[in-house]
Design a protein around this ligand. Structure first.
Ligand SMILES: CC(C)(COP(=O)(O)OP(=O)(O)OC[C@H]1O[C@@H](n2cnc3c(N)ncnc32)[C@H](O)[C@@H]1OP(=O)(O)O)[C@@H](O)C(=O)NCCC(=O)NCCS
Length: 209
């Protein structure tokens, strides 16, 4: 699809931000989510495939929530609390929203996500990520969404590939952690590819709610 970008970048403050799926409600993060999120964010097993270390105390979780609020205020990112059966169980975000670069319109951003360990393996992040991908294209009006996972994070890789992202490359030895260099798998999806895959359902993926 080659449709041009909207004349003005979309303002996060002017679009619907609550996303509902059959089992989840995603709403913008609040500072008060620190109590629910700290037990998950302090779990080393959760953060080992993320770019951050486990939070040592609640103030680090508050700091994370403050950074997300600052991105929202700058119109460059939004983070949602993923709620399931009334409880906050994780986070999903659209960050690094880049509307332009000098003379270029870009309209792209990166999806990231994490879920508390007790909630893994129930298809919940697949459900959340598909809904946020759909929101990114259909509500925010992005032209491209990017995503990546550390080599070996097979659960995240399964989600990304199920959503229909196009594999780009393995960024070899992309970062150093735990005493070794790690490879990074990178993917992207354009608005046209998203529309095609949704229309033809050529990928095995959850149907839009
Ligand atoms: C990665 C993470 C978000 C997955 O969430 P989840 O709700 O458990 O994921 P889902 O159940 O929706 O889907 C996981 C998929 O991976 C598959 N999977 C899970 N573990 C796997 C493994 N070890 N090897 C291969 N596939 C695996 C599942 O079968 C499922 O695929 P399917 O729907 O085709 O059966 C969650 O484990 C997490 O938060 N991990 C820590 C943080 C993290 O790694 N975030 C992503 C950074 S890129």
């Amino acid at each position: 699809m080659t449709s041009p970008p909207p004349r003005e970048p979309t303002k996060l403050s002017e679009v619907p931000l609550v996303i509902e799926t059959p089992r989840l409600v995603m709403r913008p993060l609040e500072l008060g989510d620190a109590d629910a999120l700290f037990p998950f964010a302090s779990d080393p097993e959760l953060s080992k495939n993320m770019s951050w270390d486990p939070h040592r105390d609640r103030s680090e979780t508050v700091g994370f929530l403050q950074r997300m609020a600052a991105s929202y205020a700058a119109n460059s990112g939004i983070g949602w609390a993923i709620t399931h059966e009334g409880a906050v169980i994780g986070v999903i975000s659209v960050e690094g929203i880049r509307w332009d670069f000098r003379a270029w319109r870009m309209d792209k951003a990166e999806i990231g996500y994490w879920l508390g360990r007790p909630h893994w393996g129930k298809g919940l992040m697949s459900e959340a990520a598909f809904a946020v991908l759909r929101w990114s294209f259909e509500t925010l009006g992005l032209h491209k969404v990017t995503i990546g996972c550390v080599e070996g994070n097979d659960a995240s890789r399964a989600i990304i590939e199920k959503l229909g992202f196009r594999f780009l490359a393995i960024f070899e030895e992309d970062f150093w952690r735990f005493g070794r260099w790690w490879d990074h798998r990178r993917y992207e999806l354009t608005a046209g590819e998203y529309a095609d895959s949704t229309r033809t359902m050529k990928f095995s993926r959850p149907r839009p709610a």
